[in-house]
Design a protein around this ligand. Sequence first.
Ligand SMILES: *Cc1c(COP(=O)(O)O)cnc(C)c1O
Length: 388
Amino acid sequence: MDDTTGRHFLQIPGPSNVPDEVLRAMSAPTIDHRGPDFSALFGELLRDLRPVFGTAEPVIVYPSSGTGAWEAALVNTLSPGDRVVVFETGHFSTLWGEMAAKIGLDVQVIPGDWRRGADPDRLAEVLAADTGHGIRAVCAVHNETSTGVVSRIKEVREAIDAAGHPALLLVDTISSLGSVDYRHDEWGVDVTVSCSQKGLMLPPGLAFNAVGPKALEASRTARLARSYWDWAPMLEANGRGFTPYTPATNLLYGLREALRLLNAEGLPAVFARHDRYGRAVRAAVRAWGLEVLCADEREYSGVLTGVLVPEHHDADHVRRVILDRYDMSLGAGLGRLAGRVFRIGHLGHTNDLTIAGALAGVQMGLGHAGVKVAGDGLAAALELLDEH
Ligand SMILES: *Cc1c(COP(=O)(O)O)cnc(C)c1O
């Protein structure tokens, strides 16, 4: 916008703010993606990405949005008509399930109320009833970006193991990777799906599959049609530091810089920072007398907070007022939450004053939009940030 001064506040839960170092890194000239400089860069990235996923297994990189990585996880491991279980945790898990149905899978949805994460107990019941092992995969979204709820993936895995069920576990970490603790190997995840524009602090355009050994084995017999997403030519070319088709070279320069920033801070510190921002924002929401959408304190998100607006108010009106007056973008309510919820992103390239500024904008915007608040949310958040 050219009628505003200062920086736009991008407080949506992805795409997130891109650090200047990353932007600068991406402005280097594009190089020959079949030459030695590229293979040195890409070989380094394929190695350095693994710890971010908590894996020693290969991570595949696609030039794609996150949606492509969803599809890649499905088409590489499953065959037409295979049954997959999807938890209805919110808009994104619903979309993943719809995609699975479109490409010819038999989708069994575990219903949810969009305020809680994947329920391991319900999964245990579903798997116990599946005595013929018709279910081939369980799909879960780690951080449901439409609601601000983090599913307990470790407990989902434990439910599968306790049932003695052979289903694969496919997990979407699109908005949690690099923001919330995640452990592909330790939690026994078979495919982890992710992408660039959220916790990794990059622009949109890179998508990932971390591939465990059981998923790789399944890919040898999986019969869903695949070409662009096929892991086999990817892994073959990746072994030499190359890709089977043109990679997003400049985004890879950005990725190298983003990984450097994450490692300089240290992943445990990054996760603790996000957790602290989540607590500060929830403190603000409660002091305003509004309701946090996430209904289970074990599942609070350090990435974003979904805020329910009081009845007879329109969350999209609140967002519009805030954008017009304060040049700040907040996340809209998605799907069935449209108009009822706005989402405050607090992920990635963020510090205490970004959070304070965002909450100041929300507090002033609520007032201008006619939403009566109970108290000073910004002060409550500042107090929390000051103490912790
Ligand atoms: C953003 C997001 C997606 C979709 O990613 P695109 O890059 O828009 O295709 C999927 N799942 C989750 C959890 C997300 O946050």
